[in-house]
Design a protein around this ligand. Structure first.
Ligand SMILES: [Zn+2]
Ligand SMILES: [Zn+2]
Length: 254
């Protein structure tokens, strides 16, 4: 499984793009940025988007991608897959003809550029050449992490979450787990805000590590750009080489 990091951050900064990951060239996991990291020729081969939740730092690039797809010479539909409340939020709050066009009806209702697919919680479904299990996590809006695998390897993606148990239990059942991609938004001094906004800090991650399977590598994404260095120092104090930042623009093979 190949994962290209299109955006590694929990917001936007100079050359720091919001969260988005491209798996095997055709499947997005979140879409905070797409066109900021991919040429048009790379965007138009994307077939699926797994969306953790409806916050802008996970879908802003998805909106622009739908327009790019709609305007390309031979448009192919993009299937957006998520839990039911997330699909509902995307339909009613984003692709609603007010914030952005309803591409589930365009260019024609019979052949739309966006198709929605509702995934069942904690149920494995095929998405492209992957198997995907969404697991609800602990955020301010409905949000899921994803357990993702192919024939040979798998990863767990946390989505946005504060401390959680269900995702780590699901991770423990995946025998081919190669990495955990885990969010961290704020430094330790901002834990009160992290608890309200339901995000991780390095201290909260320290407690989560005990729930994670074995010594699987933990790759951190979603730091708020202005706290990158501070969070890096705090993470360095807790877990040695097991934990590291996921690097934007790098491709990982699992
Ligand atoms: Zn976020
Ligand atoms: Zn969020």
């Amino acid at each position: 499984m190949k994962i290209r990091v299109l955006g590694a951050y929990g917001a936007e900064g100079l050359a720091q793009r919001p969260s988005a990951f491209l798996v095997n060239d055709t499947i997005l996991i979140d879409g905070g940025t797409v066109g900021g990291a991919l040429a048009s020729s790379e965007q138009i081969v994307i077939e699926h988007a797994l969306i953790s939740h409806s916050h802008l730092d996970h879908i802003a690039g998805l909106a622009f991608l739908t327009e790019t797809l709609a305007l390309c010479e031979a448009p192919k539909p993009l299937t957006i897959s998520s839990l039911e409340p997330v699909v509902k939020a995307l339909r009613t709050a984003v692709f609603n003809d007010t914030l952005w066009p309803d591409f589930s009806l365009l260019p024609t209702p019979r052949n739309p550029i966006v198709k929605y697919r509702t995934l069942l919680e904690e149920t494995e479904s095929p998405v492209g050449d992957l198997w995907v299990t969404p697991v609800a996590v602990n955020h301010t809006v409905p949000c899921s992490g994803f357990v993702v695998h192919d024939e040979t390897s798998g990863i767990v993606y946390s989505g946005d979450t504060g401390p959680t148990d269900a995702l780590w239990k699901a991770a423990g059942r995946l025998k081919t787990l190669r990495a955990v991609i885990l969010e961290c938004a704020f430094p330790n001094r901002m834990q009160p805000l992290a608890e309200v906004a339901k995000h991780m800090t390095p201290n909260l991650i320290r407690r989560e590590l005990d729930k994670l399977p074995g010594d699987v590598p933990v790759l951190i994404y979603h730091v708020k750009p202005q706290f990158h260095d501070e969070i890096g120092e705090e993470l360095g104090e807790i877990a040695g080489h097991r934990i590291s930042f996921l690097e934007q623009d790098r491709s990982y093979a699992f």
